[in-house]
Design a protein around this ligand. Structure first.
Ligand code: M6R
Length: 359
């Protein structure tokens, strides 16, 4: 139920702190350990490579999952689009483990891959929001997202829920392997910090609405740039903006922009820089300078410890690899307000369905 909310999307954005706390309750114990079915942990521990297969927003969450899984488990991870993987299957490792990410659990592109991996007898896990969904029934194992129903076509809380559940899974496998990076990762504590930081950003809604008016009211295009996890967030942020506001938006690896796409920057083109990673902050700032000198209207979203006073949105610090859980929130609100201000239906964008059941 959307209750007093004008749109489901806004309610679902607001739900995210609660979802983080719920995931922590469902998947961690009082000692702060990750609690995941032993069989899943054993199968992944035994694998030599993890393949994440998904579409759209779930695919974008998969990239953040790769960063977390590799850090904690030390197992290489590949992330693939379902619609490509099935027809151009890469050479598989000897002991692959498949993770299907799907909010609905009904996405046909992902299912066709699962049918093939099942035929090959390969182990699989579905992360889904819908118990009993097709992908859940047909995979060997399921982890539920516990995000509550997601009604708006633009996925928001499923994205953050997928990342949070993948973080717990990474911790569970990493601890099982005795990896120090994982043993040092206090997931229950970090998720509670994340929930609180999400709340502070959500409380700034009206500031974000005003910034959107300043930056996006007349533009036809926009760019999000970042490096590492900030690049992954840029991909998701731009998908959100384009699918509901119809502003042509692209997410780019900040360093790649100058290899071609920078030609599109004109006087007033909005460029959103995402800066949450200490290793790459200076480089992304350099890329923002490059576009600014070509007329871009820069908008910086940065973690407090890396921020400048001139940045448009400053977010309290969180555990580094979990920063997408908080840096994505302003970008969801940016998409929401840009759509509202243009007078479009936020929850039901043209040409799109909530779950895509054809290939
Ligand atoms: O239900 P799924 O997670 O499998 O859906 C995948 C995509 O269709 C979905 O994320 C889509 O990209 C959304 N409209 C994004 O907001």
């Amino acid at each position: 139920e959307k209750g007093t909310y004008p749109y489901y999307m806004l309610k679902e954005i607001d739900d995210q702190p609660t979802v983080m706390r719920r995931i922590s309750q469902e998947y961690t114990n009082t000692l702060g350990d990750a609690v995941i079915d032993e069989k899943i942990i054993e199968k992944i521990t035994d694998s030599d490579r993890i393949y994440i297969v998904a579409c759209g927003t779930s695919y974008n969450a998969g990239w953040v999952g790769k960063a977390l899984l590799e850090r904690m488990t030390h197992i290489p991870v590949e992330v693939h689009l379902s619609s490509e993987f099935g027809y151009n299957m890469p050479l598989l490792s000897e002991k692959p483990f498949f993770i299907f990410l799907s909010q609905s659990g009904e996405t046909a592109d992902s299912r066709q891959v699962l049918v093939q991996t099942n035929e090959l007898g390969l182990p699989s896990l579905t992360l889904t929001n819908v118990a009993g969904s097709t992908l859940s029934r047909e995979a060997d194992y399921t982890l539920l997202l516990h995000a509550g129903p997601e009604i708006a076509v633009a996925s928001t809380k499923a994205y953050t829920a997928q990342i949070a559940v993948l973080a717990v899974l990474a911790k569970a496998v990493g601890d099982n392997k005795g990896n120090q990076s994982s043993l040092d990762f206090d997931i229950a504590h970090e998720l509670s910090v994340i929930a609180a930081v999400m709340e502070t950003i959500i409380d700034e809604k009206m500031v974000i609405s005003q910034l959107v008016e300043d930056y996006l009211s007349t533009t036809r295009n926009a760019f999000y740039i970042g490096r590492g996890v900030d690049y992954y967030v840029s991909m998701e942020a731009s998908l959100k903006l384009k699918e509901i506001s119809y502003i042509q938006a692209e997410g780019f690896a900040a360093g790649e922009l100058k290899h071609g796409t920078i030609a599109l920057i004109e006087e007033g083109t909005p460029v959103f820089g995402v800066i949450t990673d200490q290793k790459t902050a200076a480089h992304t700032r350099g890329n923002l300078k490059e576009v600014e000198s070509r007329g871009a209207h820069n908008f910086v979203i940065a973690l407090a410890s890396l921020a400048k006073v001139t940045d448009q949105l400053i977010i309290p610090d969180v555990y580094p690899l979990l920063s997408p859980l908080v840096s994505i929130i302003p970008t969801q609100l940016i998409a929401y307000f840009a759509t509202l201000q243009r007078g479009y239906d936020v929850d039901k964008p043209r040409n799109l369905a909530k779950s895509v059941t054809v290939e």
